[in-house]
Ligand binder design. Structure first.
Ligand SMILES: Cc1cc2nc3c(=O)[nH]c(=O)nc-3n(C[C@H](O)[C@H](O)[C@H](O)COP(=O)(O)O)c2cc1C
Length: 393
């Protein structure tokens, strides 16, 4: 059985990040240029901190690909941290003497992993927690996700994302199905219209001036997914549950909504269910006239766009630090400041896309799995063909 899985390793200011992606079939075109393009999308963003000016992320393919084509063996990648040049001693894997600056910090940042991590792993230097808790790790997920995305493209699935709220500013005036994704890619805040772009930037400027941070909501959409990814038969096979898990795993994400899940609670049932009608021109033989369910019913994709909204909290690290305590002495202090973003909503969007791609690729391989891309495509075509027996008699 092919199991799709991936693993990341690496500290924020260490030498780099390692990623292994396993379960990708043989025969898939995979290039470093494609991965780099996806990774560069995570680096843009109005309100980013200084780190992104130092890093120019790219992943070196180290195994599993030959002459630009996957071999079916594990794909390993290495992402160098350019910033490591400034941290060679502080983040050295070997012991260093007491005379070097180890960049120890002990003043807990509320809202970061510092406090529970220190007690759980018995660490008196909070850097030993922060270095892995940092969202630098999401660069590795975007690299892994770009391989999953490449696979999904082969069966016509594409994934997009946009910011739909930044701080108290809402930016949903363009409906999901009407978004011009080139406009979003051209916006530093990943807004889908000029008005939202201006309001999101003003909100970020204001929060910078007030020396605080702001969060928001981003939307991730997958178009072209067939009916039947995931399953209703067991709790941990449900696609909506799996997407919620993967989105919630992104640093600072505190809420996940499938389709219009929250707004639906305020409407009567007749206005919320997606009514279905026959449509012989649709490969599924049917279509739904609305998509409140966000493309998933009973834990299975239903062929409509899969829509997930993700709430991300304001960043915990602030130039005007919150009152806090020192982990070792218990003294009241100001929280530590490590170089930081003001607003990470736009930068989190490509991470959300990566998590969508990884989750759908896993579900797609379960359903159509094979050792080569050709085998998967045959399985997929046969399955789609089987829909023709419905709604016909
Ligand atoms: C793309 C991205 C960038 C982030 N940048 C920062 C940052 O610069 N400073 C910071 O304190 N937290 C940042 N975070 C959030 C923290 O990593 C996160 O809040 C922390 O690990 C604690 O985990 P939790 O908020 O999920 O509970 C970022 C998150 C994402 C998704």
């Amino acid at each position: 059985m092919t199991t799709f899985r991936y693993l990341t390793a690496g500290e924020s200011h260490g030498p780099g990040l390692t990623v292994i992606v396993e379960g990708i079939p043989a025969g898939l075109e995979v290039t470093e240029e494609y991965i780099e393009k996806q990774m560069s999308r995570r680096q843009k963003g109005y309100g980013s901190g200084g780190r992104m000016k130092i890093e120019k992320d790219r992943a070196d393919l180290r195994s599993g690909v030959r002459h630009g084509i996957s071999l079916g063996s594990p794909i390993a990648m290495w992402i160098e941290n350019k910033d490591f040049a400034n941290w060679t001693e502080a983040m050295s894997v070997s012991e260093v003497g007491d005379d070097v600056d180890k960049k120890v910090y002990t003043k807990i940042v509320p809202g970061h992993a510092d406090f529970p991590g220190a007690l759980k792993y018995v660490q008196h230097d909070l850097r030993n927690v922060l270095e892995r808790a940092s969202a630098r790790e999401t660069a590795a997920r975007v690299a892994a996700g770009s391989i999953a995305r490449r696979l999904l493209e082969e069966i016509g699935i594409s994934i997009h994302s946009r910011s739909v709220a930044t701080g108290d500013q809402d930016g949903r005036s363009v409906a999901t199905e009407d978004v011009d994704w080139d406009v979003v890619e051209g916006s530093e805040v990943r807004a889908s219209d000029a008005d939202a772009d201006a309001r999101f930037k003003a909100a970020i400027d204001k929060s910078k001036k007030e020396r605080t941070t702001i969060g928001g909501v981003f939307e991730v959409v997958a178009f072209g997914a067939p009916v039947g990814l995931g399953s209703h038969v067991h709790w941990d096979r449900k696609l909506d549950a799996r997407l919620a898990y993967s989105m919630m795993s992104i640093n600072a994400v505190k809420g996940v909504e499938i389709g219009t899940g929250f707004a639906n609670t305020r409407k009567p049932g007749r206005e919320v269910q997606d009514v279905i009608e026959p449509d012989s021109s649709d490969p599924r033989r049917f279509k739904q006239i609305t998509n409140h369910a966000g493309g998933i019913e009973g834990g299975m994709s239903n062929g409509n766009p899969i829509v997930v909204n993700v709430a991300i909290k304001p960043i915990a690290t602030m130039t005007n630090p919150l009152p806090s305590v020192d982990i070792n002495t218990g003294e009241l202090v100001d929280a530590a400041y490590n170089r930081s973003d003001i607003c990470q909503v736009a930068r989190a969007c490509p991470v959300g896309e990566a998590m969508m791609a990884l989750t759908l690729a896993e579900a797609m391989l379960e359903k159509f799995g094979g050792d080569s891309l050709d085998e998967i495509k045959r399985n997929y075509a046969g399955y789609v063909e089987s829909h023709q027996e419905f709604g016909n008699s």
